[in-house]
Design a protein around this ligand. Structure first.
Ligand code: ZN
Length: 495
């Protein structure tokens, strides 16, 4: 086969894989948004069948040989083609180690475990989902063994979310972050403890309209997406220019949906900002989950919980929730968005204590995967770490070990990405502020296009051209550390 034909075949194959993955994303989105209860088993079979086909196609001997062949001729590749070949080879070298039966089994087990969790969580019934979680942990440990690792089995799992990052790098970084946060939480909690008027219940329909307007406000195009209701908010890419988000609504806490929508919209803006014509190739894909989280958390927190955004949000309340608007001043909105205090539920945590929730989960994952902690003992270990890092203890598994979907759906090793996202986001925003000196006034006026444009030009456009750390260094001129994030918090809260 000629070099040109090989390259053409490479891209045709990637396109087919992308379409198959998009079909899988549609099945997954539908499973969480629309699926009737009795259709669950059939959907699990469909997802298993599709994951088997994708794995077969991706690791087919012909395609692997093609990639190896192109990789061996790296010097003849353009810079762009080289990125795509390099990253696909890296993915294949890992995926080839996972037998087809294993991949199919993991998909099926995780799908059933997710469904069991959706019932166990509202009931607070950890015992009901425990056998599922045990299987997921066993499979994850097996997966780490199959993929291989140098120092800790957790590295093999972490690498799937944050490529090239190891526990030996991430653990000291996040433990130092936890220590510095622990030092400033009491002072910030005191500063944000003021009384805020009670706003009462807000109907779901009004919240949904406000949330849609806020998502559109920061640049989400509803012709390329939609907003639906689920148990656990998420963003999902179903194809080119089809990037959807979901949220949940709490009647007595309308800010919960506001911030989850800003968060998921941040993810969606990144997906839509990646070069769409390169979707399905690494140059049209996200760098890592941590970089993904940097985009969602930047919009949710650094923008969404700023003083300038509180003034904008207050104006939006007048239009969408007039009764709430009447009860609150812009200052009260800011305080409502920024109440800092140790808490039990990660997705509702403030931006200061949030990373502590993540550190707790990382430490538990490390022990589960090392085999030092059994699922039977997990609720107790969870509660113990909350006592240690937060000084408070969950009174039920519902506000403890059952709260997050990740482990029950097989995503072990994901959590550090959230805290890394905070660190990356602070570094990106530091550079954005230098480039956009008028940013606060723009946010207050509801002009978000300049910031989005800057993020697209500096972060989104690159796809996987650089590793996460390289991208952060290139954009910020600084090496990764917890410093800029903690300094941003200290400046914001004046501590
Ligand atoms: Zn997220």
């Amino acid at each position: 086969m000629s070099f040109d034909a090989a390259l053409k075949g490479f891209y045709a194959h990637l396109e087919e894989l992308y379409r198959l993955r998009s079909i899988g994303a549609l099945l997954g989105w539908d499973q969480q948004v629309n699926l009737p209860e009795n259709g669950a088993a059939s959907r699990a079979e469909q997802l298993e069948c599709l994951s088997r086909i994708i794995h077969q196609r991706k690791t087919s001997p012909g395609f692997c040989a093609l990639v190896d062949d192109l990789h061996a001729q790296s010097s003849a590749l353009t810079e762009d083609d080289l990125v795509n070949v390099r990253e696909i080879k890296r993915q294949l070298d890992i995926e080839k180690k996972l037998p087809e039966e294993f991949v199919a089994e993991k998909t099926r087990i995780c799908s059933l475990s997710y469904i069991a969790w959706t019932k166990a969580r509202p009931a607070g019934d950890f015992a009901a989902v425990k056998p599922h979680l045990q299987k997921v942990i066993e499979l994850s440990r097996r997966e780490a063994e199959l993929i291989g690792f140098r120092e800790h089995p957790y590295d093999a799992l972490l690498d799937q979310f944050e490529p090239h990052m190891t526990l030996a790098q991430v653990k000291p970084l996040l433990l130092s972050l936890a220590e510095r946060l622990g030092g400033i939480v009491p002072a910030i909690a005191e500063k944000t403890a003021g009384e805020v008027p009670v706003t009462g219940g807000v109907p779901e329909g009004s919240q949904a309209k406000l949330c849609a307007r806020l998502a559109a406000g920061i640049g989400y195009d509803f012709k390329s997406g939609r907003l639906d209701k689920t148990h656990h908010p998420f963003e999902s890419s179903l194809g080119r220019n089809d990037v959807r988000i979901t949220t949940r609504y709490l009647a007595d806490d309308f800010l919960s949906s506001v911030f989850s929508v800003l968060h998921e919209t941040g993810h969606a803006l990144y997906e839509l900002g990646l070069p769409q014509e390169r979707r399905g190739t690494p140059l049209g894909s996200a760098v890592s989950y941590g970089i993904h989280e940097s985009q969602s958390r930047l919009w949710e927190n650094i923008v969404g919980r700023s003083r300038a955004y509180s003034i904008y949000l207050h104006r939006m309340l007048k239009r969408f929730l007039p009764r709430v608007h009447k009860a609150l001043s812009p200052e009260a909105v800011w305080l409502l968005c920024n109440r800092v205090r140790p808490s039990l539920i990660r997705v509702e945590a403030d931006e200061v204590t949030y990373s502590l929730h993540v550190v707790i989960r990382m430490l538990l994952e490390e022990e589960l995967i090392a085999g030092n902690l059994q699922v039977d003992d997990l609720p107790g270990a969870w509660n113990g770490l909350y006592e240690k890092f937060m000084g408070i203890r969950p009174s039920s598994d519902r506000e403890g070990v059952l709260q997050d979907v990740h482990w029950y759906s097989g995503a072990i090793g994901y959590f550090p990405s959230y805290a890394l996202g905070n660190l990356y986001g602070a570094l990106f925003m530091g550079s954005a502020r230098k480039a956009l000196p008028d940013l606060d006034r723009q946010i207050e006026a509801g002009e978000f296009a300049p910031l989005l444009k800057w993020l697209r030009a500096n972060v989104h456009v690159h796809g996987m051209r650089y590793r996460a750390r390289e991208l952060v260094e290139k954009v910020s001129g600084q090496t990764l550390s917890s410093g800029p994030f903690v300094e941003y918090l200290c400046a914001k809260f004046g501590v």
